[in-house]
Ligand binder design. Structure first.
Ligand code: SF4
Length: 969
């Protein structure tokens, strides 16, 4: 090529950029800004590259610098970045260290970021990227596509939805559990779109197995978290079912800083994972046996009398009386015809039973006179006598019988001395417990969580600085606001919200004066859920996706469970435990399925069988709103390409670990003809109105029974044009957050654009405030449950206390009134290895796994880790191909040998199914049988509402598999 300033021809430019692959402009060919390429082709663009050297030299020149971040649902999510663009392309991104510490006494958050975020722009120009609307022309999944116009695509989608309305009703259109990867605007857009169309939606958080059932069962709520600097106030940091060095990368330094501050770190995990390297104590529990470990720690605390007596008397159900004859709490209804939810203590000062307070945790008598142990006779209203004892006495008896360290060691594989050592430390020191999401993917994860919280409760370790059972706080108020708003903030939506809550509180207080604001908010969410067509995903999958064929197999059941999943479901509907609204019958079957940020062939256990063979053949139309061609998107009928981060205005959601919300500016245009999700939903709404008019369809009845006109779908969606695009929605987010106090008062979008991030000032006015139940500070760390401990606010549970004894008949029948240890059921059969899985180091979910840039960081194909000694015994060498199998399916991997994996364990992380032979990933081995007891949705803390409640259809950890070398042909 001649030297000198020239305008490059398109072909030459693409050749040049291909040659510059070592720079940030990795795969420009085929995925760059089309406008730019068209202008180059037409000779309009003024670029002056003369050779590849110029590209190299000019890599530090920018046209624009913008704020950016990623809404991957990584943790913590929301790191603030600077995004550098030139000629309509993002060339690189860089961490921006402006996240200050709360005070000089605590570590700061900088630098925020991880390797995935620092190279995110590679995904924008990846070969997987979708750029044009496309229609399938071959069989589903055959990979044959035809490019179509947006008008053609929207018409096909609108007609399919209207057909479903005509043939089934609004419930014939289903939006299958969309995740948050689209960002705050996209997430609120998909929910708003679905709700306004009366579409059925399996609840996402439960569908993905992120719902921590045991936490709800104890506290009546699930999302409680801390700012990461809370760890700096702890003496002991326990991490369980998590691997922060992979999955919470930007916050890992808080662990090391807390250690320098004197904290001890205890990691509870079957494998010696990369986070364990920096731990002081590794507790190597057998996969799936955590409950046995924590129950034994609790036994030691009780036996050695090192528990916090005052704390358990005040905060928990330990002093409450249980009838010996039927194992239920003694209630006022039985004693004197009073309330069925009024329970009792035994007060030695008065020499008899005393009513437990319901409006407060504060006992009006003398706390020290409440008995924790004893056996008493109580006369009931019908004249009969029953024997009662305390929850504590029953618990102590069970722990002494079954969980002394020498017995528990047999179950959990750790030494009795390690059980006693940890018990004594936790009982005497300020302990912070972080629980990852893996327990929610364990069949008996609820029992593990309950057992761990029991150990914390006995030692008084929540509601104080440096303590708590932490996962994360889901601070997405702004998204929830947009999802359901009929008006903007300026038009008075917040006044309407307050009015609705006040009215409901008044109604509830009329029948129960003890109702708290938290109770009213939960009830409001429960009622909204009933009207919103969001359904329990396990019931949806069981009835529509053929999972009944897997989940009712007797030989795969938990041997201690009296019934199969299907039998629990039938009984629950029959007895009224489950609202019939959620039965997912043929009258609400999915005729049209929409997907957004959901890759069920990867995410749903056995998805590659059940979705392809059972669910999708029932649908007349499947369409995707997606940024990339995932394994699942390849099975769409219509593909609608959407914009990714850096290509649209947005803002992050805050997960409390990191108490800042980040601005996301539009740095470049999306590729090809991709649109933002919000614009796509708006345009579908408009097309539905247009096509309905042409088809003479006027209105429909939504799930909640309201009649909706087709003609105003677009106006309703955009609130008459006030929320027309992403920029409008971000402005509304800011208005909302400023109005409810999450942002500083009078904070503006312009200020946000200038500063790039804003520190969270409060938890606003809705549910998250009560879930966290603690004052929020900007000048010191934040922790959960302070209001229960300091202000004595009751918990939203059946007993109004942190509850360890579940007296629902299903829990009693399953032997789980108390947390106990049970082995993982043999779903998929009995085999020698326990399979453990999780998020990889080099990708958030599977987004980055097949990207050539990231593939340099791993072996470029799916890998399973196997213990080195075990592999030698089986004649398997590093790099061999092995077959992982169980009674249900098989999957082929390359093996990586590791001494860090225990002998009975195999470990693999997430991979994209199309990276496997026959697209059969390890997810195909997992029936994912949900534990059925959470179908007890009539029990206070098992109610189904947003992000909470109903069975997790994602149990897969510790299921049994075999590993064998692939025989050479
Ligand atoms: Fe981006 Fe998430 Fe990584 Fe932060 S943790 S850099 S938000 S991908």
């Amino acid at each position: 090529m001649n030297k000198g300033d020239i305008t490059l021809a398109r072909r030459d430019f693409l050749k040049l950029t291909g040659g510059a692959a070592g720079l940030s402009l990795v795969t420009l060919n085929g995925c760059s800004s089309d406008t730019f390429v068209a202008e180059v082709s037409d000779g309009k663009a003024d670029i002056a590259y003369t050779s590849w050297e110029d590209v190299y030299v000019k890599q530090w020149d920018w046209d624009t610098i913008s704020w950016g971040s990623h809404n991957n649902q990584c943790l913590p999510a929301g790191c603030t970045f600077r995004v550098y663009s030139r000629n309509g392309l993002v060339w690189r991104e860089e961490q921006y260290a402006n996240s200050a510490a709360c005070s000089d006494e605590y570590p700061d958050y900088n630098p925020m970021g991880c390797q995935k975020g620092c190279a995110f722009h590679n995904l924008l120009y990846s070969e997987e990227r979708l750029r044009y609307p496309m229609k399938r022309v071959g069989e589903r999944g055959a990979g044959k596509w035809q490019r179509i116009s947006w008008d053609e695509a929207l018409t096909e989608v609108a007609d399919a939805i209207l057909d479903a309305h005509e043939e089934i009703g609004s419930a014939g259109f289903h939006v299958d559990a969309p995740h948050n990867h689209g960002g705050g605007v996209g997430k609120s857009g998909v929910h708003r779109f679905a709700h306004q169309l009366g579409a059925v939606m399996p609840e996402t958080n439960v569908a993905i197995g992120d719902d921590l059932k045991g936490v709800s069962q104890v506290f009546g709520k699930m999302r409680m978290g801390m700012t990461s600097d809370n760890m700096f106030d702890a003496d002991i940091l326990i991490f369980s079912n998590t691997n922060w060095s992979y999955t919470v990368t930007p916050m890992y330094h808080f662990i090391t800083e807390a250690r320098y501050n004197g904290a001890e770190v205890i990691l509870v995990n079957p494998d010696y994972n990369p986070s364990t390297i920096h731990a002081d104590i590794h507790v190597p529990v057998v996969a799936g046996s955590d409950a046995a470990y924590w129950l034994s720690v609790s036994q030691v605390m009780i036996e050695e009398e090192i528990y916090d007596r005052d704390f358990i008397l005040e905060q928990t159900d330990m002093p409450m009386l249980v009838r010996r004859d039927n194992a239920k709490f003694l209630s006022a209804e039985e004693v004197d015809g009073g309330r069925p939810d009024q329970f009792y203590f035994y007060d030695s000062g008065v020499g008899g039973i005393a009513q437990a307070p319901r409006a407060s945790l504060k006992y009006e008598g003398k706390l020290e006179q409440l008995e924790l142990e004893g056996l008493w006779k109580v006369r009931l209203a019908d004249g009969s006598d029953v024997e009662v004892e305390t929850v504590f006495a029953r618990l102590k008896d069970m722990l002494n019988r079954e969980y002394k360290p020498e017995l528990a060691a047999e179950m959990c594989g750790t030494s009795p001395s390690l059980i006693r050592e940890v018990a004594r430390k936790v009982a005497t020191k300020r302990t912070h417990f972080y629980n990852g999401f893996s327990t929610a993917k364990q069949y008996h994860g609820d029992l593990m969580e309950r057992a761990a919280i029991l150990m914390l409760g006995l030692s008084g370790n929540w509601g104080k600085p440096g303590t708590g059972f932490n996962n994360f706080l889901m601070m997405v108020d702004h998204v929830a606001h947009i999802t359901g708003a009929e008006k903007t903030v300026a038009q008075g939506q917040l006044i309407d919200n307050k009015h609705a809550l006040d009215e409901l509180t008044k109604e509830l207080k009329a029948s129960d004066p003890a109702v708290s604001e938290e109770d009213a908010i939960i009830e409001l969410m429960v009622r909204k859920q009933l009207k919103s067509a969001t359904v329990p995903p396990a019931i949806w999958m069981y009835n529509y996706a053929g999972y009944n064929k897997l989940w009712d197999k007797k030989e795969w059941q938990d041997p201690t469970s009296p019934m199969t999943f299907g039998e629990y479901l039938s009984e629950g509907l029959e007895k009224g435990y489950i609202d019939p609204t959620y039965k997912c019958g043929p009258e609400t079957r999915p005729q049209v399925l929409m997907y957004n940020c959901h890759n069920p062939l990867r995410r749903q256990r056995a998805g590659s069988q059940m979705y392809i063979e059972e669910l999708w053949p029932k649908a007349k139309m499947i369409f995707y709103v997606e940024t990339r061609m995932s394994s699942s998107a390849a099975f769409a009928d219509i593909l609608l390409p959407s914009a990714w981060y850096y290509e649209k205005e947005d803002t992050t959601s805050v997960f409390a670990h990191f108490p800042y919300q980040a601005m996301q500016e539009k740095a470049v245009n999306p590729p090809g003809e991709a649109h933002t999700e919000w614009e796509i939903y708006r345009d579908i709404m408009e097309k539905i109105g247009e096509r309905a008019a042409q088809r003479n369809m006027k209105q429909f009845v939504d799930w909640g029974g309201t009649t909706r006109k087709y003609s105003d779908m677009k106006d309703r969606f955009t609130i008459n044009g006030a929320l027309n695009d992403n920029a409008d929605v971000v402005r509304e987010f800011v208005d909302y957050n400023a109005a409810v106090g999450i942002f500083p008062k009078d904070y503006t979008l312009e200020k946000f654009e200038e500063e790039g991030q804003v520190r969270i000032q409060s938890l606003g006015t809705s549910s998250q405030r009560h879930t966290q139940a603690s004052d929020w500070h900007t000048d010191k760390p934040c922790y959960a449950m302070g209001w229960h401990v300091d202000k004595k606010l009751p918990y939203p549970t059946h007993t109004r206390r942190a509850q360890f004894y579940m007296d629902h008949e299903w829990f009693i029948g399953a032997g789980e009134a108390f947390p106990v240890h049970k082995d993982t059921p043999p779903q998929g059969g009995h085999h020698p290895f326990r399979l453990v899985s999780g998020h990889p180091r080099i990708s958030v979910h599977t987004l980055h796994l097949a990207n050539p840039h990231f593939m340099k960081l791993h072996r470029g194909q799916p890998v399973v880790f196997l213990n080195t000694e075990v592999a030698a015994e089986k004649g398997i060498s590093d790099g061999d191909q092995v077959l992982m199998s169980n009674d249900y399916a098989e999957s082929e991997f390359m093996v990586s040998l590791s001494a860090a994996v225990s002998r009975d364990q195999v470990l693999t992380y997430m991979w994209e199914p199309y990276q496997f032979k026959n697209w059969r990933s390890h997810d195909a081995l997992m029936p994912g049988i949900p534990k059925p007891t959470p179908l007890a949705m009539n029990y206070t803390q098992c109610r189904f509402h947003i992000a909470t409640g109903s069975p997790n259809p994602a149990s897969d950890r510790a299921i049994r598999v075999d590993i064998n070398k692939v025989k050479e042909a």
